[in-house]
Design a protein around this ligand. Sequence first.
Ligand SMILES: Cc1cc2nc3c(=O)[nH]c(=O)nc-3n(C[C@H](O)[C@H](O)[C@H](O)COP(=O)(O)OP(=O)(O)OC[C@H]3O[C@@H](n4cnc5c(N)ncnc54)[C@H](O)[C@@H]3O)c2cc1C
Length: 404
Amino acid sequence: MNIKATRYDLIIVGGGLAGSTLGMVMAERGKSVLIVERERVFKDRIRGEGMCPWGVTEARELGILPLLFQAGAHETRWYYRYFADRLFDQRDLVDTSQHHAGWLNFSHPKMQETLLAAAQSAGAEVRRGVLVTDVTPGLEPGVHLSSGGSSELVKARLVVGADGRSSVTRARAGFEILRDTPELLVAGALFENIPVPEYAVHNVLNPSIGQFNIIFPIGGNRFRCYLIHRLRNESGCMNGEKNLHRYLDACHATGVPLQWYRDARLIGPLGNFEGAFQWAECAYHDGVVLVGDAAGASDPSWGCGLSLTLRDVRVLRDQLKATSDWHAAAETYARQRTGYFDALHRIHDMNRELLTETGAEADARRARAFPKLMEDPSRRPDFIGIGPEAPSDENARRRFFGDD
Ligand SMILES: Cc1cc2nc3c(=O)[nH]c(=O)nc-3n(C[C@H](O)[C@H](O)[C@H](O)COP(=O)(O)OP(=O)(O)OC[C@H]3O[C@@H](n4cnc5c(N)ncnc54)[C@H](O)[C@@H]3O)c2cc1C
């Protein structure tokens, strides 16, 4: 094994939204940064392509908003919600969200290519097609790289695990992982030619069967679509094009009008993911810090992962900027992360209980909550507009469920 003499300020494992953005902002501050990314070319992994307004605010703070537009981002100002096939709410997000932003939707692979190139232009060293196989925590943490049959150990002041939901960094550095028992399945696919307005994100709810659909226009008549349904219902898993008819049947059962998919064409993979939170109990120890999905992935059903990822990057950046004691900085970041991650978790759990649980008790809960929510929408914590700072305490819970 080759041991490299260079010691970086930061080695970042993973060139996704988290790794590229952090690499870029730290390189801009003159730090020596190595980003290691296993993929030579990014492909459609069925990942987040709809960034909600509070994430757009984070993107603005980090200075990546122009880069997202350069990657072809498509702004949707409106949020349409339907009960089965009845449109019941048209929300102008720019007018009504705290920071006056809409959804920002984009092709995930294009976003990754653009941000990783920007990190490189800012001065980060980027190595692609290189796999991180091991991480050694400690005073001078190191990362084992593997590429084309050779391996190498590189060292840094701080190692950052930005390697996603199945993080090797997290596993190899010995972080303790917690997981909710999954109750939902998220099936995702990319279509073109759905006859809905491209200026709105469309959310079709059918709580009585515990399902909903969400459609993000990503520009150019292309749509990232998700079906969220109960893990143990009869629709089951839907991996691969051979299951397209099952996906479409389940969408129609939710209430999506038949004509929406009549002339639509599948232009990417169809895949399934568990809808559940999983997270590291603490996002820092011994010279290794975790960001984005590696630190903790929210349930993708609720579309906040991209925003949460950018929140992590901003908070960590600000802490690393504030002091030369990076151990203390990373500890403070990890503490703050636990706070906002837990808050988002509570809010998403409330939504899961109200919108996707089935049975007599769940129906009775909805019968109490829905009339009050319709009359006073402020009862619903606005996690799309505000994010984790939306109210999530006991009082907020009582108001949401109409138990006050
Ligand atoms: C089905 C689904 C739908 C979603 N929908 C939404 C949505 O609508 N809105 C939203 O906001 N969020 C959504 N998300 C969440 C969002 O995609 C993630 O939160 C976000 O992509 C996390 O970014 P990241 O940079 O932390 O991780 P990733 O995007 O996973 O990036 C990790 C990078 O690390 C690289 N890597 C991994 N292991 C190694 C290794 N050992 N060595 C080197 N490189 C490595 C990978 O190749 C990858 O490029 C969704 C997620 C899923 C699963």
